[in-house]
Design a protein around this ligand. Sequence first.
Ligand SMILES: [Zn+2]
Ligand SMILES: [Zn+2]
Length: 246
Amino acid sequence: MTVAAPFPRPLETALGFFYPETCALCGDERADAKSGYVGAKCWQQVRFIRPPFCERCGLPFDGDLTTTFECTNCREMELHFSSARSAVIAKTAVLEVIHRFKYQRQLWFEAFLADLLLREALPVLRGQKWDFIAPVPLHPVRHREREFNQAELLARHLSSGAKIPLNIKLLRRVSPTMTQTLLTREQRAKNMRGAFAVRRGVKLNGEKIILVDDVFTTGATTSACAKALKAAGAGDVCVWTVARGL
Ligand SMILES: [Zn+2]
Ligand SMILES: [Zn+2]
């Protein structure tokens, strides 16, 4: 005999013990697991990216556009993916969440970030055909320090949501590369040159691959990954990230 539980299930009780029912971001409003532990006030700061945006790299653009638009970022860079899309703009609350998730191990934000990505990516991917989802890899040294790869966690959510197989064995990061934050567009591209390679034995035969990362800034990182995948035989590479820097 099964009985509908009038009380929270044991797992929720256990999580509730560790995750207080307040906004994990501001600590000043109510929030629950369903909202990803982010309250309504903080949610209001989230800016979803809506057209018009650059067809190629997804950079949002002010005003009306009737023709296909390629932005200055794309014109100045050699991008190896066919298109990049991001769910939200990387500022205020979202940027703070990503920072705390990545560098302060506030892992309860995983659900919130995955939710942002899936809300925007799933409707688009539904009508498309892709063979694999691959995360941007961390260098093994960085991976050991951080103990998780944020891109891989997000890719895992997208894979199960979109029902497209996850493949974490395609790419590896050859050089640890310094942080990109303070670099110019040209420096970022140079910093990423040769930073990624496909793993030994990987042979692709026209597969279409979705690359996943947390933040897209100039596209230097994801383009370097796409370059390695295309050189190994990938037919097409697109990019999805949670957030887009402006
Ligand atoms: Zn809040
Ligand atoms: Zn662009």
